[in-house]
Write a protein that binds this ligand. Structure first.
Ligand code: MG
Length: 383
């Protein structure tokens, strides 16, 4: 199925208090339009994009969109959101199956939300982003006096993207215009056609830049998102006979191996702790308790894969990993390359993003007496 995004950027943004259309204002050096388009691209689920802007701003929008979506289509919007979305819908190619309408001013959207809305549309015929209401919502009369309290369990705060089968949403728009009906979102036009619209719960920030304070909130959000995060992890396991020696997911021939509840891969355990530490997600013991029989003899690389999934879900990217092993024997030089390859593959990184060092303890302490092997790992993450 072919899916297209329609990014609405034609508003005047009068309420946002900017001297220009808010889609072209600066947020940490970039425009909201650029953030929105990049999120569409990272989602990786669109066959094309239509950008709806004011006629006099099309060239400006092209200058921003060119690098991100070289084949994007630009159309002139109307006086209202509904007119602009309709112009975008009419610009989709005939082979479009799915249309995702997104307010460009919701520029902090996580790409995964596009993906989930598209998936919902494939399964249920629609997928509209929104979140459950946690505040109490009341109805007031003309004098601002409370008339009644709504049941918040039934209330959803609707966002975008709003994703529908193209033919259906186009028909809903045609009917709305034919009958002079104006809704405040796309889903409402489907609802009045008697169509079922499915909620996709959004996570993370997906607020719309509307009021002046939203820009300050956006700046704070971007600072948090763009910050680099350092993590460090350490682990030590006893060397005993009758156990394999596994370090960094690689079996290393040796007369002794590491004792532990799992496969006792001290290097991977320290790596997991470094990653969790950088992401502020706790530590390996909380995630995979050694009191849990499920992790007896566990393959630490499988645990690492789970941690990678957690990082992916929170949008964390790994910049680099630097590890030091503390051991007297065996010599690690012959195994460093295969360990780097193994870890790079597991984390979806390039080999040069991973470094392995090995040191002896000069015969001091438990490591020096060959009673244990320790590992220390540092990593850097960003979103
Ligand atoms: Mg351990």
């Amino acid at each position: 199925m072919k899916a297209y995004a329609i990014v609405l950027a034609a508003g005047k943004g009068l309420r946002a208090g900017q001297k220009q259309n808010k889609m072209f204002a600066r947020l940490a050096g970039k425009t909201p339009l650029e953030y929105s388009l990049k999120a569409c691209r990272r989602a990786g689920c669109f066959d094309g994009v239509v950008i709806v802007c004011q006629p006099q701003e099309i060239e400006r929008a092209k200058a921003i969109g060119r690098e991100i979506f070289p084949d994007a289509c630009y159309v002139a919007g109307g006086a209202t959101r509904q007119e602009s979305a309709y112009a975008g819908l009419k610009a989709l190619p005939a082979d479009a199956d799915i249309a995702a309408i997104h307010d460009g001013a919701r520029c902090f959207i996580r790409p995964e939300l596009f993906v989930r809305c598209i998936e919902s549309c494939k399964q249920y015929g629609s997928g509209v982003a929104g979140r459950r209401c946690t505040d109490t919502v009341k109805v007031v009369d003309g004098e601002d006096c409370f008339v009644k309290t709504l049941n918040r369990d039934e209330l959803i705060l609707v966002e975008t993207p709003q994703v529908f089968m193209y033919r259906e949403i186009l028909e809903a728009y045609e009917q709305a215009f034919a009958q002079n009906y104006t809704g405040t979102d796309d889903a409402s036009l489907m609802e009045r056609m008697g169509k079922q619209v499915k909620l996709v719960e959004s996570q993370g920030e997906n607020f719309k830049l509307t009021m002046p304070g939203d820009f300050a909130r956006g700046e704070r959000h971007l600072q948090r998102e763009q910050a680099m995060r350092i993590g460090q992890g350490y682990d030590i396991h006893a060397l005993v006979s009758g156990r394999p020696l596994i370090l960094g997911g690689v079996h290393i021939p040796h007369e002794t191996g590491l004792a532990g509840h799992s496969d006792a891969d001290a290097l991977v355990h320290a790596l997991i702790d470094a990653l969790l530490g950088a992401a502020a997600m706790g530590d390996i013991g909380e995630l995979f308790p050694d009191t849990d029989p499920a992790y007896k003899g566990a393959d630490s690389m499988a645990l690492l894969a789970q941690v990678k999934q957690l990082l992916d879900a929170e949008n964390w990217q790994i910049d680099n990993v630097d590890a030091t092993l503390f051991l007297e024997k065996p010599k690690m030089q012959p195994y460093k390359t295969v360990i780097r390859d193994t870890l790079a593959k597991a984390l979806g990184l390039k080999v040069d993003q991973i470094n392995i060092k090995a040191k002896t303890a000069e015969k001091f302490g438990a490591v020096g007496r060959q009673e244990a092997i320790a590992a220390s790992v540092t990593c850097l993450l960003h979103r």
